[in-house]
Structure formats: C-alpha cells, structure tokens
Design a protein around this ligand. Structure first.
Ligand code: ZN
Length: 562
C-alpha cells in the first residue's frame, strides 16, 4: 500500500517530469516542516529546494540523447563527478581463500551490485549545500571553484566506498559432459554511505534444455551489519547539528536520490512504445529470477507477474525509494507494512531492508493478501487482479476502492503491469542467443591471470565464434544506438532496455538505426572483425549501471530461444 502518490502524466519531457515530481514532494515536506518549525529546517529545506531546481535542469542519461543541458553550473557537477570517480574503485580488495589479499583498483562484482552502491556526485554535493545554507557558513562556497573542489574531494574520501570480493568459479558443462571453468569475483562485503553489508551465496547448478548445465555461486541474501548511514550521520553531527541528524539525513538523501535514471528511462520508454512489442523476460536480472520463483512457490503468484510489478515499481532497483511516501525497494513496500510484516516473514526490519529476497517475498505476501485466490490460467486473470492492484498501488479514494479508483488504477498502473507480465510470461526468463546457430564460446567473461607474468586481465563480455556475415540477433528488446567506429569495439550496436545495456561488437554491418526500438530475436547486424579483433566473432557484453556483468546467466545455452 502506497498511500497518496504522485502519478504525473508520462507524456511530458522526462527531465522536467522528474524535476516537477521532486518539487512537489519537497513542497509538501516544506509545509510539514514549517509546522514543526525547528529553526534548522528552514534553511535546509531552502537548500534542498535549490538542489531540486538544479537537478531539474540537469541533462540526464546519455542513452536518450535529446535532453538539453540547463543553466546549472556544469563545473560544480563535474568537480563532484571527478571527486567520486577518484574514490569509487580505490578500495576494491580481493580476498583469496589462502588468506592473500590483493588490490584490484576496479569494480569487480560479476552481478554489478557494487556499481549500484558507489558514491554518486550528488551524495557529496548535497551535504555541502545543505550545510552552507543551514549554518550560514561558507555560503559563497560554490562560487569559489578551488574551495569547493577541495571540499568535494575531502567529502568523497570520507564517504568513499570500500568493497571486498572473493574469487569464485563458474563451471559450464556441455551435453557430452565436457566442462570449462572461468573465474569471477563476487561481493562479500560492502562498506558504503548506506552502511556495511555482508553477502551470502549458495552453490547451485542450472540445467538447460539442451543437456548443458552451469554451476555457480548464486546470491542468497545480504545483511546490514552496521548502523545504516553511520558515516553520513557522523558528518551531520560534526557539521550541521547532531540533534537534528535524523531529519537532516532524510532531507539530504531525498534530494540526493532525487533521480533514479533507470526508472525515468523506463517511464519514458513505456510512455512511447508499447512494452508488449519490446519487453521480454531477459530484462529480469538473472540473480532475481530464482527469488521471484521462490515467491511464486510460496504465495502462488507467478514469477512473471511479480517481476512485472517490481519493474513497474522500481525498475529492479533494490535501493529505489519514493521520497514522498518512503516506499522502498524492489516492490516499493510502504514503511508501515515493512515494519509489521518483515519480522513475521523471518526478516529483520533493519538488517534486511536492502535484501532483495526479503523485499520480493514481502511484496508477494502483501499482493497475495490483497488478491485472495486468482486463477492465473483463466482468460480474465487481469480483471481478477485489478482490485488488489488498486489497493497495492495506492489508488484508493478516501480509503475506499470505488469504480473510479479502479479505473484510474487500470489506466495508470495495472494496464502497464499486465502488459509487461504478458511479455515476460510469453518469452520466459533469459534472452535469445545473439548469433543463432553459432554457440561456440571462445572466451568467457571474467578474470584471467597470465600463467607466467601473473598479469591480471579482465574480459568484459563473451566471444562467440561465427563466420563473417552471420546474422546477429538482439538478446533482449529495447532502444538501439549504432556506432560505426567505436574504437576497439569496431562497428557497435548498443541496445538499452532500462535495466541492461547490451553491446554487440566487431560487426561488419548494421540492420538497425539509432533510435530504433527492436524486439528480442530481431536481427540487428552482421558478424565481422572490425575494431580490435583478430578474426570474425561476436563480442557480446552486458552492462548494469555502466559496469560489465557476466552475460551467460541471462542467455540460454543451446542456441535457439524457446
Ligand atoms: Zn571479447
């Protein structure tokens, strides 16, 4: 249940859309705070309104092009961005079972979760702005580039993340029983602005229809092992006001997390192109699939429906937060529900807040309680879920579910979920194979240590052997961008689905254009050997939050899509 939430028209330009939405959220907060009238709030709120105005003018994700830069001072953002870039991969450590410990100097989690947790430029900019306006000190800070540059760097070093990894292996076995093994690094512990988390795994083997299998470490949960936002709270205590740390933290985080670019992208995409055309189960992050399946087993709601709710609510971001309602996580569970039901389901209110498994199971539990029983094989399963979705999506009118509320829910929320659910159900999990008929992988994703020099090399994708001119197909639908000369990638097609960015490299020709929306399985180009390549092959790469992740978990070996 979400309470009142903003549901602005999706047709507006997405940047202004985000700015307006946040503006309204802050205006409401401002009204609340003025009622409480703690003196420190007024300037903090003003600071955050300023942040809003600045954010609302910011150019967003390059994936879209088209967005025009506003009047915001690009130099401040640039200084903050380079300050965080310096610290984000600085503390990355590989801990081997033999007790040795090595510095990596780059993000390395094969599931890309570290990239989601890194310090954002706004995480250091917003606190400094809030401090200047709350204390009246340094109010001209942002007019002195040298001074703010230094302050941003100091804060980046103080807030910078620390990631600990362990080396794991993935074993691929073909139908004849021949095995190949490759190395990946997985997150064991993260110490970030949000707090310190520890990650658990289980060793599992997935069997594929063609008789092959894949054995790997699958994420099995994560737990907060410190106070949340410890470092931010300490900074607020020293720099703003220890008495008001709670509220100041909330305000800073709300302004700082104003944007979830993935979510904005998805809303933009869904408002223009029917997801029935381009969406597919490949969008569901591979590490979440078993969690949706577990929830299906427990609560009888199909994985494809739960995934559609999660995508609509959070675009699969376990850290997504609605600033006006406090709804949190993959399923955007309201704080009151989380408090009440997390312990009932065996989770800890604090430690499991960011745990994807806890979020999905709790969301499914709530949906089940609103739905009662649904016949998912009946033709009218959509209508059977409308009443429950009206409740879950917060569309009640004065607490009542009336015809008008259900109609609004159908138009603004349920319709989108149903369309996505249909797309996921129809395509199954995982993507189509990128070079139909050619399944030989000549180089896997991950880390190689040179046997003699000991030099560590990282392969950011997989290489698939195929002859020049063989058709290349989109693994998942989305929006295409073509680049005829992308350096080492050669001729490159990039496709974005709002969760992943897929790169198809070394092509010899394109069969799509930039800005074209393609669906899974559609031909996009031809295999070649352009760029840094020694012979015809496809280099296929998948990125999440800009970081390469192992592509194999989201592909089905054996060639054809089912
Ligand atoms: Zn490659």
């Amino acid at each position: 249940m979400h309470g009142n939430r903003d549901r602005p028209s999706l047709t507006g330009h997405f940047v202004q859309f985000a700015g307006r939405r946040l503006g309204r959220a802050l205006a409401r907060l401002l009204a609340k705070l003025l009622v409480w009238s703690a003196p420190v709030w007024v300037p903090v709120v003003l600071a955050l309104v300023a942040v809003t105005l600045i954010f609302s003018a910011m150019p967003q994700s390059g994936a879209l092009g088209g967005a025009q830069p506003g009047d915001a001072d690009p130099a401040i953002r640039q200084a903050a961005e380079s300050a965080v870039a310096e610290v984000n991969a600085a503390e990355t450590w590989l801990n081997s079972p033999d007790g040795s410990r090595e510095h990596l100097g780059q993000l390395a989690d094969a599931y890309g979760r570290d990239a989601q947790l890194v310090l954002k430029w706004s995480d250091i900019y917003t606190p400094l702005l809030a401090r200047a306006l709350a204390t009246g000190e340094d109010t001209d800070l942002f007019s002195r580039p040298e001074a703010y540059g230094q302050r941003l760097q100091e804060l980046a070093r103080r807030f910078g993340p620390r990631f600990e990894y362990y080396p794991s292996t993935v074993v691929i076995t073909d139908a004849e029983g021949n095995s190949e093994e490759y190395a990946v690094y997985l997150l064991r512990r993260s110490d970030t602005l949000a707090g310190t988390y520890e990650y658990q795994y289980e060793r599992v083997t997935d069997q594929y229809p063609d008789g092959s299998s894949r054995t790997y470490d699958r994420p099995a949960g994560q737990r907060l092992v410190s106070q949340s936002y410890e470092r931010l709270d300490a900074w607020i205590g020293e720099n703003i006001d220890p008495k008001d740390a709670d509220m100041t933290r909330r305000m800073i985080l709300e302004a700082s997390r104003a944007f979830d670019t993935r979510k904005e992208w998805v809303d933009w995409m869904l408002s223009r192109y029917s997801s029935a055309f381009w969406a597919s189960g490949a969008m569901v992050p591979s590490e979440l699939v078993p969690l949706f399946q577990e929830a299906e087993e427990k609560y009888g709601i199909p994985w494809w429906f739960l995934a559609a709710v999660a995508f609509t609510e959070s675009s699969f971001n376990p850290l997504a937060e609605n600033p006006s309602t406090g709804c949190y996580g993959l399923m955007q569970v309201a704080p009151a529900n989380w408090q009440e039901y997390a312990p009932q389901l065996g989770f800890d209110v604090q430690a499991d807040r960011d745990n994807p498994r806890a979020q999905i199971l709790l969301g499914a539990f709530l949906l089940k309680s609103y739905f009662g029983s649904v016949d998912w094989n009946a033709d009218d399963w959509r209508d059977q879920t409308l009443r429950g979705l009206t409740f879950y999506g917060g569309f009640r009118t004065n607490g009542e579910i009336d015809a008008a509320a259900m109609e609004r829910c159908r138009n603004e929320y349920a319709g989108k979920i149903w369309e996505l659910a249909d797309a996921f159900r129809g395509t199954g999990t995982g993507g189509t194979w990128p070079v139909p008929g050619h399944t030989q992988i000549t180089s896997y994703f991950g880390w190689r240590v040179h046997p003699i020099t000991g030099e560590r090399k990282f392969h950011e994708g997989i290489d698939i052997a195929a002859p020049e001119g063989a058709p290349v197909a989109a693994v998942a639908g989305g929006m295409a961008t073509v680049n005829p000369d992308a350096g080492g990638y050669g001729m490159l097609v990039t496709i974005t689905d709002g969760v992943h960015e897929y790169r198809y490299a070394h092509l010899s020709g394109f069969t799509v254009q930039s800005g074209q929306v393609v669906k899974a399985g559609e031909q996009i180009g031809l295999v070649g050997s352009t760029g840094a390549s020694t012979g015809p092959h496809l280099h296929f790469e998948v990125r999440v939050n800009g970081q390469p992740v192992d592509p194999l978990p989201l592909l089905r070996p054996g060639g054809e899509h089912e």
